[in-house]
Ligand binder design. Structure first.
Ligand SMILES: [Zn+2]
Length: 173
């Protein structure tokens, strides 16, 4: 009994090895998109798209670092933390209307915080920049990184859109 079982296993090794080599070949031929980092947002295409050089020309270095490189501003550094007038918060990259002042609240985090974006204004993806999953929030029109959204916000949504003030501008109404 042991001899047929042994030979069957020996026979099956060859195809398995061929399969393995085929997988290696496929892996080598595929672009390393998934391995090279970068969020889903930066891989997608958006209605407003500029070259990196053009973004650098249009944005301040601080805006570029947040919007295009997913940097996070120092908490408490944005004047928009204290913006309490009626109006609209716009994307600093493309002037897309992101948040109404009525949805802004004081989260005490040092970052401008909102409980709801304007309809269709933002998109989201999961990032692992800190080693655990967070929901990254970006402008739906230009893909610029804005901040993150968390589930510890106030009623009625329970969401906390934690935004980088430098990624936005404010238009009083
Ligand atoms: Zn934008």
């Amino acid at each position: 009994m042991s001899t047929p079982a042994h030979s069957a296993r020996t026979l099956s090794l060859a195809p398995a090895r061929r399969q393995f080599l085929r997988w290696l070949a496929i892996g080598a031929a595929m672009p390393l998109a998934s391995a090279c980092g970068g969020s889903e947002a930066s891989a997608k295409s958006f209605p407003i798209a500029y070259s990196e050089a053009e973004w650098r020309r249009r944005l301040t270095p601080a805006q570029f670092a947040v919007l295009r490189e997913e940097d996070t501003e120092r908490p408490g550094s944005s004047p928009l933390n204290h913006e309490k007038r009626k109006g609209t918060f716009l994307c600093a990259g493309c002037t897309n209307e992101l948040f109404a002042s009525a949805t802004k609240f004081d989260s005490g985090t040092g970052w401008p915080s909102f409980w709801k974006p304007l309809p269709g204004a933002v998109g989201s993806s999961t990032d692992y920049a800190l080693g655990y999953p967070r929901t990254e929030v970006h402008c739906a029109d230009c893909g610029g990184h804005l901040g993150h959204v968390f589930d510890d916000g106030p009623a009625p949504t329970g969401k906390r859109y934690c935004m980088n003030g430098v990624a936005m501008t404010f238009r009083p109404s």
